[in-house]
Write a protein that binds this ligand. Sequence first.
Ligand code: ATP
Ligand code: ATP
Ligand code: MG
Ligand code: MG
Ligand code: MG
Ligand code: MG
Length: 280
Amino acid sequence: MANSMYEYVKAFEQPDVLLPNTWIVVRIDGRGFHKFSAKYAFEKPNDRRALDLMNAAAKAVLADLPDIVIAYGISDEYSFVFHRSCALFERRSSKLITTIVSTFTAHFVHQWSNFFPDQPLSVPLPSFDGRAVLYPTVQNLRDYMSWRQVDCHINNLYNTTFWALIQQGGVDAKEAEKELAGSLAADKNEILFSRFKVNYNNEPEIYKKGSIVLRDYELVEPGTASETLDEDSAKTVEQLVLSKTHEERDRKRRAKARVTVLHVDIIKDEFWERRPWLLS
Ligand code: ATP
Ligand code: ATP
Ligand code: MG
Ligand code: MG
Ligand code: MG
Ligand code: MG
């Protein structure tokens, strides 16, 4: 590219490279989805079509970007986790966030009619915001994922009870809110069971646990996970060459693996122990 007198403007661009060797979480969230869900008459408290569409868009994002290790979605939000060794876009924050947001939004719009065949999209069109947060340790990252799943549980128990009071109990939103103010989980379970014959435990897992998107590999039986070398500094040259070959092989395997959606507990150790490649 030829130099011009205008080139100097390039120097105004701020560097935004994310700290190396840290887990990158990009969380996106639907803009004004309270209104959006009313416009398209989402079923309350959970519209299954909308969740399936969110999951389809997230699966497409993982298929497009092999650097993503795992993603977790609830309501109108999705968290995408990049491995701490990720070097995509030289770890430039704005590039990572905007690529996720636009790829997700494009797939969300593209697949809309598969999930809402009778309701064509019209302006204002759905859009998403995004942010990147860094987590330095595996424990911090797991605590982040646990935080989102606990949020899913708390919100879903509240919403399920709130809408039961309105839809089956015949009260208005104000009264339902008043009735639930200060209530504990046990109180909500009790209202659901004694007044509406709903056993919360039997509610669909997708509503209680949210959605986990990852690549499908063979599971490791509990207690058989092999030791992995994780400090480059402790490796010989031969081991480094070998680990580069492994990295290449892993990258190809990742690109080929089928992307699937699960609705399971990610707070307890078992999920992570059976999939040691996720956090290694
Ligand atoms: P903001 O732009 O600040 O994110 P918002 O209106 O999107 O505002 P959120 O806190 O993100 O607010 O909440 C999303 C809202 O979208 C929920 O409160 C719920 O009303 C609605 N919603 C999202 N997904 C579903 C779904 N699958 N079923 C029913 N309602 C949904
Ligand atoms: P990156 O992902 O790094 O942006 P890129 O392939 O998009 O890679 P750019 O530097 O953004 O590279 O250049 C965009 C390229 O897209 C152009 O070089 C050109 O080949 C092509 N292109 C974009 N718009 C047009 C157009 N209207 N007509 C023809 N070619 C186009
Ligand atoms: Mg928000
Ligand atoms: Mg939102
Ligand atoms: Mg939200
Ligand atoms: Mg380009």
